[in-house]
Design a protein around this ligand. Structure first.
Ligand SMILES: [Zn+2]
Length: 320
């Protein structure tokens, strides 16, 4: 998923200690004069415009995972090669600041560096000017908890809708169990709050697992792709079911034909009724048994040579 966040970007002077952290990530040893460093806040525990928020453990994990990750500058034309890299990230509590949920405000504050080159000069000037930018972080999260009922919003029995108010609170999704941090980038602040938001949920469940969840009576939410896949699967099943019905009908017709030959006292209707109440595998056995019995009454295959006399068998099991 991608998360966009209005970040404070501020320049910072590089210390000896930080320079050694940076040089752990570089191929060529850089001097303090060769690097430009700045602070960037990547994300926080405030409920965002998608009605989602990270929990503290998720922020801590993100801080850990984002070290060494390269950021790109989306808004600058021809800035394909402009990159900065995070060399330090940690969670930070802002004293006295409380989130809309009433929790202490915590954010992931990172330090990034880039080489002081002509290519980066404009960007450095912009950062020096104290700009505020939108930062987009791309990460993978595996747990989606409903703030109202505590159930998994993807697979639990939760039917709450993000952004709707229930009782005294608005439902939002708590993101936790961060598994990966892919990238971060600066993007131009969209004029509209929700403009430019891209969210791509990975297809993380197979159709089989989704069906299993449905069978177990759990509430399941489908992505568009998953719903399409499920529709294809249902169409395939319908086609197979049609084949099955045709086969079953042919099997019943055969069983009835042999049954009436084998036991003339039976009537068509009652034999059909009997056939309809058994599984297909049982119906096949029944058909074979009636066929065997019928062949004793009337030879079903033309007899080209004399058959051996068969012993009389006890036919109790076929009596009705
Ligand atoms: Zn819920």
């Amino acid at each position: 998923m991608n998360k966009e966040f209005k970040s404070d970007v501020s320049p910072c002077a590089v210390t000896e200690e930080e320079l050694s952290l940076i040089n752990k990530l570089t191929v060529k040893e850089l001097t303090a004069e060769e690097v430009y460093t700045f602070n960037v806040i990547l994300c926080d525990n405030e409920v965002d415009r998608d009605c989602e928020r990270f929990d503290i453990a998720a922020l801590e994990k993100l801080a850990e995972l984002f070290v060494g990750v390269t950021g790109i500058f989306d808004h600058n034309p021809g800035s394909g090669n402009q990159t900065a890299r995070i060399f330090e990230a940690k969670t930070e509590k802002i004293a006295g600041k409380i989130t809309s949920c009433g929790d202490e405000y915590v954010c992931v504050k990172a330090k990034a560096y880039m080489p002081r080159t002509n290519k980066n000069a404009d960007l450095i000037t912009e950062i020096e000017a104290g700009i505020k930018k939108e930062v987009s972080v791309s990460c993978a999260v595996s747990k989606f908890t409903c703030s109202v009922c505590g159930e998994n919003m993807r697979h639990g029995n939760c039917n709450h809708v993000k952004g709707k108010t229930y009782g005294n609170g608005m439902c939002h999704c708590i993101l936790s169990d961060v598994t990966d941090a892919y990238e971060w980038s600066f993007v131009a602040i969209p004029a509209q709050v929700n403009a430019g938001v891209t969210k791509g949920y990975k297809k993380f469940e197979s159709t089989e697992n989704l069906i299993k969840s449905v069978k177990e009576g759990r509430c399941v939410k489908f992505t568009y792709e998953q719903a399409e896949e499920l529709c294809d699967y249902i169409t395939r099943l319908e086609s197979e079911a049609q084949d099955g019905r045709l086969y079953r009908k042919a099997l019943t017709d055969e069983a009835v034909k042999f049954a009436l030959i084998a036991v003339p006292s039976l009537d068509n209707e009652s034999v059909r009724k009997m056939c309809s109440s058994v599984e297909t595998a049982e119906l096949m056995k029944l058909r074979d048994a009636f066929k065997q019995k019928a062949s004793e009454v009337i030879p079903l295959n033309p007899q080209l040579k004399a058959k051996k006399e068969k012993p009389i068998v006890n036919n109790n099991e076929y009596k009705f």
